[in-house]
Design a protein around this ligand. Structure first.
Ligand SMILES: Cc1cc2nc3c(=O)[nH]c(=O)nc-3n(C[C@H](O)[C@H](O)[C@H](O)COP(=O)(O)OP(=O)(O)OC[C@H]3O[C@@H](n4cnc5c(N)ncnc54)[C@H](O)[C@@H]3O)c2cc1C
Length: 325
């Protein structure tokens, strides 16, 4: 393989891309949004910093833990607290996007380009992208890696009339995701959440409340991220912010020691997979490869609903592709 296009600059795409780049493959990453990291997302708002997607990284797996410990030495991450399974939970040094920004340094990444059509002709991929500023651009490569949430990758493949093996297509279609609504709330004082400054909740409306200032990424006190329960997100997906934010703030009120000054919301249609690729099959791999099509898919839909699992999925795909025949 001489060249590879990676669709998506989330953790799985960046790590798969880096593995190929280290092996002298010419890698181009295409990312539809302005930023990097996908669901590892950090937003700056009125002098405050919010992680509004993933909140921390688990380090249960040794390979991933060693990688995160290297990032620790490079001041890319910092430890937050020890999780229930006894492993340290890490956060990006200036928010979760610090990690993807660091990983992307060695790669060619085109932001604000959305892959809209794929063609595989004469053993070469042509990917047409809609540019954020208008117009289209086409990229070409020998191999294609799709890292979008699986329903989006599948739609792209099927709309482009790329034929997959029937059983693989059935399995890929089974991968579904929970939704989540994030509310970014600025309080008029400290949130007063118990150590470590966050609560994992089993509440009908709420899943998580975390204070980004206690976590150490925002200088402004009382910079709070609230994640809705999947049920609430389903019920209020099409509501306006005026309708969907107040019930979440009301539900969070008993946990907060200061009043809310302002709040905005972000919707995550694909927050975490509820079923993984070939989940029921023994010896399954945490990625998908179609050799005939020179196509690979990776991400949390293949590894599991965590940054760690998405990262390992991307790494494993990259390692498999670079294995000598
Ligand atoms: C609200 C929320 C809270 C979470 N909390 C945690 C947590 O605390 N800890 C944890 O470990 N995990 C958490 N997760 C899950 C974790 O964020 C994901 O499992 C992981 O980041 C997935 O990485 P990925 O590379 O598979 O996908 P993504 O991060 O989704 O990356 C895919 C990328 O593809 C891009 N893309 C999609 N379509 C196209 C296209 N057509 N063209 C170009 N680019 C495209 C997207 O913009 C995105 O950047 C959370 C997720 C959410 C949403």
């Amino acid at each position: 393989m001489e060249s590879c296009l990676v669709i998506g600059a989330g953790i799985s795409g960046l790590l798969a891309g880096l593995k190929l780049h280290e092996n002298a493959v010419n890698v181009t990453v295409i990312e539809k949004s302005r930023g990097l990291g996908g669901r590892m997302a950090t937003r700056r708002q009125d002098g405050a910093i919010f992680d509004h997607g993933a909140q921390f990284m688990t380090t249960r797996n040794r390979q991933f833990r060693e990688m995160v410990e290297r990032w620790l030495g490079q001041e890319v991450v910092k430890p937050w607290y020890i999780g229930p399974q006894g492993n340290m939970r890490y956060v990006g040094a200036q928010g979760m996007t610090t990690v993807p920004k660091f990983l992307a340094k060695k790669l060619t990444v085109h932001n604000r380009q959305t892959a809209t059509a794929l063609a595989f002709e004469h053993n070469r991929w042509k990917v047409t992208c809609q540019k954020g500023e208008g117009g289209t651009v086409t990229h070409e490569a020998d191999f294609l890696i799709l890292t979008c949430p699986v329903p989006q990758s599948l739609k792209l493949l099927l709309d482009s009339e790329i034929e997959l093996d029937y059983d693989d297509e059935v399995e890929l279609k089974r991968i579904q995701y929970r939704r989540c609504i994030s509310v970014l709330a600025q309080l008029n004082g400290p949130a007063g959440l118990p150590a470590p400054g966050a609560m994992d909740l089993n509440h009908p409306l709420l899943r998580w409340i975390g204070d980004n200032s206690v976590k150490g990424i925002s200088d402004k006190p009382g910079t709070v991220t609230i994640h809705s329960s999947p049920q609430y997100a389903m019920q209020h997906w099409d509501s306006t912010d005026e309708d969907r934010i107040p019930p979440l703030l009301e539900a969070a009120k008993p946990f907060l020691k200061s009043a809310v000054e302002g709040a905005s919301a972000h919707r995550w249609r694909y927050s975490e997979p509820t079923y993984l690729f070939k989940e029921k099959q023994p010896f399954r791999k945490p990625y998908y490869i179609n050799d005939e099509l020179s196509l690979g898919l990776c991400g949390d839909g293949f590894g599991g609903p965590r940054i760690e699992a998405a990262a390992l999925s991307g790494l494993a795909l990259g390692e498999d592709l670079m294995r000598p025949l």
